[in-house]
Design a protein around this ligand. Structure first.
Ligand SMILES: Nc1ncnc2c1ncn2[C@@H]1O[C@H](COP(=O)(O)OP(=O)(O)O)[C@@H](O)[C@H]1O
Ligand SMILES: [Mg+2]
Length: 450
């Protein structure tokens, strides 16, 4: 069931509960007011009967005959029938003195039966016998007649209930449409997510009026931007790594051709010239052998260099620290104006293959960059084991004292990008910090075991 329908059902339920409570309150209020109206009318009737009897029959009215007094009294009593909510019957022992006129007494009400039953007060009739010195006893019967009050209450209650019903219907319609308008961005968000699933990271969501949905939209846009940037970066890296592979193959084939091919051809030429001689002088043999040995040494050196460039064997044989030490020693031997200081601490002998080669290549790239760009006189390479958040990690720092770089102005090339990729591949953290004239500081933290 959709969120819109659910919200509507919830709000309708609340409004219906409100409706029921209001009905209960209105009806019980109507019942109380009918009760008290009838009660006070009955009391009023009683008091007026009392007053009528004492004023009509008072001894002070000497002029009037008993007969006149009696007629005056009966007239006053019949006038009392005008009191609302009560019906008064007056009888002398023999006859009904005020015959009831049903049409006047009982107002026809269109209140439904259930309503009348709900609020009708219990029927309590009051009977009084009036004994007067001038007439025979008079029987006064006061019957409560709440029907006209009930009728008024019904009109009032009905109006309230009709008003409430209209309010509930209108509120429901309004809420249905308003919720619809507010929730319509959700469709857009779902479309956006579906397009991400299909690999389209270009779609951006607009701003929404509802702050929560607007925040989702902003986060969504940020996410798609990061995804599309990562996609572009990956494409560039893949392209670059294929290019590097091709360049490396080309270099190898060139070197094989120039260095090994030519040297082997020279050895072959010496050997052929020896075999072509019928008599060979010892001196000639010695010179030829020296040439062959020299060429063989050269081949060995070239092959060793090529193998080292492809994969430094010391890395596998003696571990990362030894390999770094060798590389840095060699690097220092070849530089005059810059010195690299290498320190290590607590590096375990076993590191995963991926971690070893990654840290080696990162240091290599760091030193190459320092040499190429920094104009530094000193570079520190520091590698040690640390415990971060209870996890053992390798911390590698490469820091030079060169001209540094303006991080915002410099476009990172594939060197720095490659370092970052290698660190992320090992689930580590890569940070590069620099400012103009402040040198470059690279700080890497990679967990020992993935
Ligand atoms: N140690 C450094 N000192 C000063 N600038 C540096 C240093 N290392 C890198 N840079 C700057 O960062 C840029 C990107 O370096 P890098 O990603 O290795 O790419 P590349 O070496 O292929 O140019 C360089 O062109 C250089 O301007
Ligand atoms: Mg570089």
């Amino acid at each position: 069931m959709s969120l819109r329908i659910r919200l509507n059902i919830l709000i309708t339920t609340l409004l219906v509960i409100l409706f029921l409570f209001s009905s209960y309150y209105t009806i019980s209020h109507a019942r109380n007011s009918v009760h008290s109206e009838v009660e006070s009318s009955t009391q009023l009737a009683l008091q007026l009967i009392q007053a009528a009897s004492s004023s009509s029959l008072s001894e002070r009215d000497k002029i009037a005959s008993d007969e006149q007094k009696h007629v005056k009294f009966i007239r006053k009593l019949t006038e009392l029938d005008m009191i609302r909510h009560v019906h008064i019957e007056i009888r002398s022992p023999t006859e009904l003195l005020n015959p009831a006129d049903d049409d006047i007494l009982f107002i026809k009400s269109d209140a439904p039966k259930w309503f009348i039953q709900l609020i009708q007060p219990p029927a309590t009739e009051i009977r009084r016998w009036l004994y007067t010195p001038v007439t025979s006893p008079i029987d006064v019967l006061i019957k409560p007649d709440p029907l006209d009050e009930i009728h008024e209450s019904w009109i009032e209650t009905r109006n309230i209930l009709v008003f409430l019903s209209i309010f509930i219907i209108l509120a429901n319609i309004l809420i249905y449409f308003v919720i619809g308008i507010y929730l319509s961005p959700i469709e857009r968000i779902l479309e956006g997510l579906a397009s991400i699933r299909q690999g389209n990271y270009k779609l951006r969501l607009p701003n929404f009026r509802l702050p929560e949905l607007d925040r989702i939209s902003q986060q969504f846009n940020h996410m798609t931007q990061v995804l599309s940037e990562t996609k572009v970066r990956n494409q560039l890296l893949t392209k670059r790594s294929l290019e590097i592979q091709e360049e490396e193959r080309q270099n190898l084939s060139q070197e094989l051709h120039d260095e090994l091919g030519q040297t082997i051809t020279a050895i072959k030429a010496v050997a052929v010239s020896i075999s072509n001689k019928t008599t060979i002088e010892k001196r000639y043999i010695n010179s030829s052998v020296r040439t062959i040995v020299k060429y063989s040494d050269h081949i060995y050196q070239v092959a060793k260099n090529m193998m080292h460039r492809l994969r430094p064997s010391v890395l596998d044989e003696f571990g990362l620290v030894k390999a770094l030490q060798n590389m840095i020693d060699e690097w220092n031997d070849n530089q005059e104006n810059i010195f690299c200081d290498f320190t290590f601490e607590d590096i375990p002998s076993y590191l995963s293959d991926s971690l070893r080669i990654s840290l080696y290549r990162i240091t290599q790239e760091g030193l190459t960059n320092t040499l190429k760009y920094s104009k530094a006189s000193k570079v520190n390479v520091k590698i040690r084991k640390v415990v971060d958040d209870g996890v053992e990690k390798i911390n590698l720092k490469i820091e030079d004292n060169g001209i540094g770089m303006d991080k915002d102005g410099v476009k990172p090339g594939f060197g720095i990008l490659g370092m970052r990729e290698r660190v992320e591949m090992n689930e580590g953290e890569f940070a590069i910090d620099s400012a103009p004239e402040a040198g470059v500081k690279i700080n890497i933290l990679v967990p020992l075991s993935k």
